[in-house]
Design a binder for this molecule. Structure first.
Ligand code: DC
Length: 229
């Protein structure tokens, strides 16, 4: 079974997807982390974002994997190296949308995401899960929030990670920039799937959002989750 959660940066997708996956005993697949890991590798190798050919060759020659610790936290492995913390850096965040808009990079990520998603019952979060990666997902959600709220949340999140030099101003510029690139790119832009449930989380707490999603799943006639457990 596949649950798709899409939406713009800072709408709370990863927090909610993680909690929902835990509640259902599903695997959480953070697809943004995959694009971030490729971006980190490109930065480390000094490959410019306009050098599409070199970026695609690099992606073809990359081993990406997601691993889970005993306490259930997700680790992102780039060629066997744990890069879970490094991929959250402002440098990676700044360039990730430019890498994620490259069609041939997305093709490589698409097959990896489909393979991982089919291996086990999964909750995937991203931008194109319900529209492109799993258009036949068992349930789709689109999480959104007011821009100023998304900036605030990202700020808190990065501060909690101890990221230096984080200001509301530079987060706001970054989010605006990524919103534009992610939603206007030609290949698999950020879109709400016609059959996705839209949730504006601006005024909701994390547990309210998780409850809303779990409630929608429970009510869903197509979802066998609640009768199976
Ligand atoms: O969710 P995130 O901020 O970690 O995602 C990082 C970037 O990756 C985001 O700006 C757009 C891209 N992305 C994408 O294009 N498709 C996905 N399924 C997930 C993320």
């Amino acid at each position: 079974m596949v649950i798709a959660i899409d939406g713009p940066a800072g709408a709370g997708k990863s927090t909610i997807a993680k909690l929902l996956a835990k509640k259902l005993s599903f695997t959480y697949i953070d697809t943004g982390a995959m694009y971030r890991a490729l971006t980190l590798k490109a930065i480390e190798r000094g490959i410019k974002t306009r050098n599409t050919k070199a970026l695609v060759a690099m992606a073809q020659d990359t081993l990406l994997d997601l691993a889970y610790t005993k306490d259930g936290s997700l680790r992102v492995l780039l060629d066997g190296r744990d890069v879970s913390a490094d991929i959250r850096s402002p440098g990676v965040t700044r360039f990730v949308s430019d890498i994620a808009k490259i069609k041939d990079i997305r093709k490589i990520m698409l097959s990896l995401q489909r393979r991982l998603g089919r291996e086990k019952d999964s909750v995937l979060d991203g931008r194109d899960i319900g529209t492109v990666v799993f258009p036949d997902a068992d349930k789709k959600f689109f999480l959104d929030a007011r821009f100023s709220e998304r900036v605030k949340r990202r700020y808190k999140e990065l501060k909690a990670l101890g990221m230096p030099g984080v200001t509301l101003k530079n987060i706001s510029v970054d989010l605006r920039n990524r919103d534009t690139i992610d939603s206007t790119r030609k290949c698999a832009p950020l879109r709400r799937a016609a059959d996705a449930i839209y949730i504006d989380t601006t005024k909701m707490t994390i547990s309210e959002v998780v409850r809303a999603l779990a409630g929608a799943l429970r009510r869903s006639a197509r979802s066998p989750i609640w009768t199976r457990r």
